[in-house]
Design a protein around this ligand. Structure first.
Ligand SMILES: [Zn+2]
Length: 125
């Protein structure tokens, strides 16, 4: 049992590594980088076919953790490389989007907007 799960996690690691290599090859083919030393170990290389960041005038080549300060509560937060990947490759967000609020304040802001929408819906027209 233990061996099986170890094998699985090794396979997963292997798969992530293969994906990283595939992405780096695409970046080199596109002429966005010359070799993989341009992508730091902690960064996730972009997939130029998927990410909206490839549309930028100066395209990004990788996702890096971005530290920022929440505009509402002033708390420092981190926009992780993994969540940027999801944001720009799966949600296809605008490449100019940058985080402004921490997780807690984002939830509050979302609740506020939903409430405002609900309130306006109740107004007699
Ligand atoms: Zn906040």
């Amino acid at each position: 049992m233990k061996n099986a799960s170890l094998k699985q996690s090794k396979q997963r690691q292997r798969k992530a590594l293969d994906e990283r290599q595939r992405r780096i090859r695409r970046l080199i083919e596109r002429g966005l980088i010359k070799d993989e030393s341009e992508i730091p170990d902690e960064a996730i290389p972009i997939d130029p076919d998927l990410t909206t960041l490839a549309n930028l005038w100066c395209p990004a080549v990788c996702y890096l953790n971005i530290e920022f300060t929440c505009v509402d509560c002033g708390k420092p937060d981190c926009w992780t490389a993994g969540s940027q990947q999801h944001y720009f490759e799966i949600s296809k967000a605008s490449p100019y989007k940058r985080p402004k609020r921490c997780y807690d304040c984002r939830q509050k802001e979302l609740a506020r907007k939903l409430q405002a929408r609900a309130d306006s819906g109740h107004k007699p027209s």
